[in-house]
Write a protein that binds this ligand. Structure first.
Ligand code: AMP
Ligand code: ZN
Length: 136
């Protein structure tokens, strides 16, 4: 993917503040962090969303995410962090190369990742449950 910024970072064609790299995964600081230390964990191969990632790379991705979250917690953090993965434009995905955000949390950081709550009415919950189950 010639125009993909994360492919370019994975190929070493443009710089990034890398914190980890192996054959399959790269992790670097987000250039516009939600909090200081905000890291991205990225499969080197170009996949668009979670649904496209091979099972092997997905295992590598989540294991590496744990490794980086632990390093963050031991270095600048305190064991509190949010994992965020935006999949698809409507969900706010800006870079079309699948990635996991690790956002360290600090007391009083005033970061808002909480959502307002909606309600199911009548049999809606059951209907939605049944619809989803058919595809699992
Ligand atoms: P998302 O909305 O999940 O696609 O988030 C993409 C993230 O990539 C944003 O938080 C950006 O700040 C970050 N980002 C974009 N370009 C770069 C870059 N060159 N180096 C580091 N982070 C980047
Ligand atoms: Zn890419």
């Amino acid at each position: 993917m010639e125009d993909c910024i994360f492919c370019k970072i994975a190929d070493g064609k443009i710089p990034a503040a890398k914190v980890y790299e192996d054959n399959n995964i790269i992790s670097f600081l987000d250039i516009m962090p939600a909090n200081k230390g905000h890291c991205l964990v990225v499969p080197k191969k170009h996949y668009e969303t979670l649904l496209d990632i091979s099972d092997d790379d997905l295992k590598n991705l989540i294991i590496t995410t744990k490794k980086i979250a632990k390093a963050l917690s031991l270095s600048i953090g305190n064991g509190s962090f949010n994992l965020v993965m935006n999949n698809g434009k409507v969900a706010g995905q800006l870079v079309d190369h699948a990635h996991i955000h690790i956002i360290p949390r600090f007391k009083g950081d005033r970061l808002r990742l909480k959502w307002s709550h909606k309600k199911y009415v009548n049999k809606q919950m059951k209907e939605i449950q049944e619809k989803i189950k058919k595809f699992v």
